[in-house]
Design a binder for this molecule. Structure first.
Ligand SMILES: [Zn+2]
Length: 438
């Protein structure tokens, strides 16, 4: 822990009116020394604070960009990105490109949104240009354009959401290019690609098979903070950009740091200034599987973050047990019968939260739903003693419900947990032929 940098971060943030009230005397700004214990006493900041106290916490400064994060109601959390802060963000994303092996003169397809105040697409473009790499910007919806880029220019690298990569292959069907035309290295963003054991998720494994990538790297960040860490080619979790950020994992229940190796909420303090949002113990809501200080086999020292296994607010109680959506979906998606899956949560007539795993079956199981249900429930029971209800739905249902939810966000992250406000809306889901397992 670099206590000098942390002290500077606190002093910088203390100029914002919000922190004065929020800390309420908990932070002794007058003394030049800061101890680890004192730092760990500082109350965390959450997204709702940014929304409710925007005027007192953000500074326009020499802003060159604005990014926005979805997920709250009311005033949107628009973060001004200062000129020098943006350079830090570009450098962070550039580390992923370097790890992928990009060289000046290479080409990359960039499929993340460059619009709607979404940050990562722009940063990838800037970082690539800075490294002398040519960027083909193309949205994942324009599948024929993508095929043309691959056919005529043969880019070796591609950046995108793994779920969109699968959708592209699906939409193209027989027109999907042969493997010699496809990019060889992928930067997977806006979606988890490995699990708590650093194994590929089912979706990432499928992407690897369909596209034939030789290397796939994942990166983790959020719009309020920028890029937090990147996966190296040894696949040992995310190397934290610890020259720019200090990361802690806290127990969401107690707010205390977890022991090394235990999961906890990712809490970030920004170590470089200036910033539009100066984060002092910003609680991201993401749960990471662990924070490791062991040296990585790639030779790097410095802390590494494990897989993002869920969100604090997405923690589901199924019959009293806490479970995370990503964990459940990964189990379901590994089963031979599964084509697609999503979790749906709604309040039933007795005001209880009910969670259902909606599954679309692959072609081999379409006429064997009972067998598929058995396979799924056995797999769930093996890993989590009490599994959520399973519901086989018609093909196309999941695409429709996720599209409906995405139209209310920045359209980059594909939701894995759909919140419906009532049982009524659940029963009205279009063409949702539910065959429920008791
Ligand atoms: Zn490494």
């Amino acid at each position: 822990m670099n206590i000098t940098k942390l002290k500077a971060a606190i002093d910088y943030a203390a100029n914002r009116q919000f922190y004065h009230q929020h800390w309420n005397g908990d932070v002794d700004l007058a003394t030049p020394e800061l101890t680890v214990a004192q730092f760990q006493q500082i109350p965390v900041v959450r997204k709702h604070h940014l929304r409710d106290h925007w005027e007192d916490i953000m500074e326009y400064g020499d802003v060159t960009d604005f990014v926005s994060s979805s997920g709250t109601t009311g005033r949107p959390v628009d973060v001004p990105v200062h000129r020098l802060q943006e350079q830090i963000w570009v450098n962070s994303v550039g580390r992923v490109l370097s790890e992928m092996g990009v060289q000046p003169g290479d080409f990359v397809i960039q499929m993340l949104s460059n619009n709607d105040m979404y940050t990562l697409g722009m940063l990838v473009c800037q970082a690539a240009k800075q490294q002398g790499v040519g960027v083909f910007r193309c949205s994942p919806q324009r599948v024929n354009r993508l095929v043309d880029i691959m056919k005529y220019h043969r880019p070796k690298f591609i950046v995108g959401n793994p779920l969109f990569l699968l959708e592209i292959a699906e939409r193209l069907g027989d027109a999907f290019p042969s493997k010699d035309l496809l990019p060889k290295v992928a930067y997977l963003a806006a979606c988890a690609s490995f699990d708590a054991n650093n194994h590929l998720t089912a979706a990432a494994q499928k992407v690897k098979e369909v596209w034939g990538f030789e290397l796939m790297l994942n990166e983790y960040g959020c719009s309020e903070i920028g890029s937090i860490g990147f996966e190296c080619n040894q696949h040992n979790g995310f190397h934290i950009n610890d020259d720019y950020l200090h990361v802690e994992l806290l127990n969401p229940e107690t707010g205390r740091p977890v022991k090394e190796g235990e999961p906890g909420e990712v809490v970030v303090t920004t170590l470089t200034q200036p910033r539009g949002f100066a984060a002092v113990r910003y609680a991201t809501g993401d749960i990471a599987s662990e924070l490791s200080t062991q040296r990585c086999t790639c030779g790097r020292y410095g802390p590494r973050l494990g897989a993002i296994i869920g969100r604090v607010d997405h923690q589901l109680k199924v019959k009293g047990q806490n479970i995370y959506p990503e964990f459940v979906l990964d189990i379901v998606e590994w089963q031979a019968c599964t084509d697609k899956a999503v979790l749906v949560r709604y309040r039933d007539s007795l005001e209880r939260d009910t969670v259902v795993v909606c599954v679309e079956l692959n072609n081999d199981y379409l006429d064997k739903p009972a067998q598929a249900e058995k396979q799924l429930s056995e797999a769930l029971m093996k890993h989590i003693a009490v599994g959520p209800e399973i519901c086989i739905v018609e093909h196309g249902t999941i695409a429709r419900v996720t599209a409906a939810q995405m139209s209310q966000s920045n359209g980059v992250k594909v939701p894995r947990l759909i919140d419906l406000d009532s049982e009524q809306r659940w029963s009205e889901l279009p063409s949702c032929q539910k065959s429920r397992l008791g």
